[in-house]
Design a protein around this ligand. Structure first.
Ligand code: AHM
Ligand code: MG
Length: 346
């Protein structure tokens, strides 16, 4: 007879990963990469939580290639993420918001996965102890490019090869996810079969399955835009946002919620429904958020949960990146809300 489930049984992230491997959804190599990412997230969570105590708030005193001032924790989180991936021995190339160009990971024993990430997104929130997060996406290496390299490639050839490998459309993603550092630490990811969420149990130090097969509501009455930029938006977008403020027959307009932390704003949108947007404007002609490690992973998760990710006209996952740090407008969330916005922008 089958043994009864015990009341003490918990499903951990590690257990869940092994099940995905047994079912043939991911291979052993990817299991190792994902578990090294979860370790990086635990380390970053503890750094973020203790930032004020260990003097890790404030600026590093340098800026990244995109001209943004780096926070101390931006730099440290990047190091944590990179070294966890490096020691997994299954990652070939990494591309990060905080690195100028993609980096080849020499120690790779096998696997050679390409991992794109933003180690600490929304870090302007750190000093006020408001939510932040890490975002990641994983691609299979492009075999053709690797074999084209020859036996003893020069450093420039390797660097160029890395860029070619990394610049894949989101539709090639094998898996993507984020970890949110908030009142709880929650790891949300998809390996292409729905979206699952795991909450870090601070006593066990383990991520525990808490959100099974997350489905984003088809519509939702929350919009999440930085409306401070309103005067810089184009007229079609202004009309759309104005329309959300009309009370309608129910006498209730949409609610506005904006943390300024993509992971937090997206996580709420995923669970409650609605729309998150970072449009292009007069100042940021192609928007602010980066296609590779911000927009594509979030759009992949939205689609896996039954929602949509769009640049206002087309599917984010269909965009072929030309540059590693390329920016695109992003509208992501409930299907009906994203489609409504696309109609206004058409
Ligand atoms: P970062 O990667 O430098 O932290 O910037 C990305 C963040 C997102 O988390 C957030 O959605 C957006 O920038 C907020 O920008 P703004 O302050 O312009 O509203
Ligand atoms: Mg970011």
């Amino acid at each position: 007879p089958k043994q009864r489930r015990s009341q003490y049984e918990i499903e951990t992230f590690t257990g869940w990963l092994l099940q995905q491997e047994q079912k043939g959804i991911i291979d052993a190599e990817l299991t190792i990469v994902l578990s090294s990412i979860s370790l990086a997230c635990k380390q970053i969570a503890s750094l973020v939580q203790r930032a004020g105590i260990s003097n890790l708030t404030g600026l590093q005193g340098a800026s990244n290639i995109q001209g943004e001032d780096q926070k101390k924790l931006d730099v440290i989180s990047n190091e944590v993420f990179s070294s966890c991936l490096r020691t997994s021995g299954r990652t070939g190339i990494i591309a990060s918001e905080e690195e100028d160009i993609p980096v080849a990971v020499e120690e790779s024993y096998s696997g050679n996965y390409i991992v794109v990430f933003d180690p600490l997104d929304g870090s302007s929130n750190i000093d006020a102890a408001v939510s932040t997060g890490s975002i990641f996406g994983i691609y299979k290496p492009n075999e053709e490019c690797l074999t084209n390299l020859g036996d003893s490639p020069t450093i420039d050839e390797v660097a160029e090869n890395c860029v070619v490998n990394v610049c894949q459309p989101g539709s090639n993603l094998l898996t993507a996810g984020y970890c949110m550092y908030s009142s709880s630490v929650i790891l949300v990811l998809s390996v292409g079969k729905g979206v699952y969420g795991f909450t870090l149990d601070p006593l066990y130090g383990e991520f525990v399955l808490t959100h099974k097969d997350i489905q984003i509501p088809k519509k939702g009455k929350i919009y999440s835009f930085n409306e401070g930029n309103y005067a810089l938006w184009d007229d079609k977008l202004k009309k759309y946002v104005d329309s959300l403020k009309e009370p309608g027959p129910s006498n209730k307009p949409y609610s506005a919620r904006y943390i300024g932390s993509l992971v937090g704003d997206f996580h709420r949108t995923l669970l409650y429904g609605g729309i998150y947007g970072y449009p292009a404007d007069l100042k940021s002609k192609t928007g602010k958020l980066r296609l590779l490690y911000e927009c594509a992973p979030m759009s992949y998760l939205a689609e896996q949960a039954g929602g949509k990710g769009s640049d206002g006209h087309k599917r984010i996952l269909d965009i072929q990146p030309e540059q590693v740090h390329q920016r695109v407008p992003l509208y992501v969330g409930s299907t009906e809300e994203v489609e409504k916005l696309e109609k206004y922008l058409a």
